[in-house]
Design a protein around this ligand. Sequence first.
Ligand SMILES: [Zn+2]
Length: 287
Amino acid sequence: MLIGLKEALDFGQAHNCGIAAINTPTFEMLVATIKVAERYDIPMILQHAEVHEPVNSIENIGPAMLELAKRSTAPLVVHVDHGESYEFVKRGFEVGFNSAMFDGSRLPFAENLKITRDVVALANEYGYGVEAELGVMPGREDGEDSDAGVGDAALYTDPELATEFVAATGITALACSFGTVHGLYKAEPKIDYELISVLRRRTGVPIVMHGGSGLSAKEYRECIVRGVQKINYYTYADKAALEGAKQYLADHPETYVFAPVSVAVGRSVEQNLEELVRTLYEGQLSR
Ligand SMILES: [Zn+2]
């Protein structure tokens, strides 16, 4: 079933857990993500990032995401991830997405604030939640230069600006930069936990972690306790997808068709996501 962004985040807060937000640009990722949500009967967020348009356009993969979410027994949000313009978010809403992130973090503050307000006004017409970003997070979902800027305090979200930004835009959740990066970690992440607490307290909205791949269970838990309720996760699931394919090909060198590889990919992603949600729910899952 479809639920709203706010509903999912409220669940996270009530249960002191992180809601997994998974990019599903391929059908294998989509089906595996929903299977895991159903298996544990937990809310999850299915996302399509603008950077994944070359993999599958939002008009192609979006209706599949929505249809499978609506008929699922698990509560699911269908969310535009890293919309880089007002127009892309609008395209998502037109497809039927019921939540969106506008990412103006690379724009000057005033411009980011202005477009975010416009996106919130559009979302309000539908009653949808909006996530926006302040502070620069190194790397992108497509895995480019995730190294640059690791541990550079100048890139971390400024609590003063964040408070002003949330009050002026009326967003539902704030993506912040506090030491995680997109893509694979080549150096140890330097997470500023105290900054998360300050941002959560002062802005009054749940904090979103981008670059959730590759943190330890302890690091996840500490971020959640401090106020992170949405965990964006993609790189390691996609890495697991590729490993599933490689393993299948190594075990079946004689194969001359693709479908069994797709099955192996799905299974591998499922295992990876199961491990993730167990960490995010620490002991609260019954199965
Ligand atoms: Zn992100």
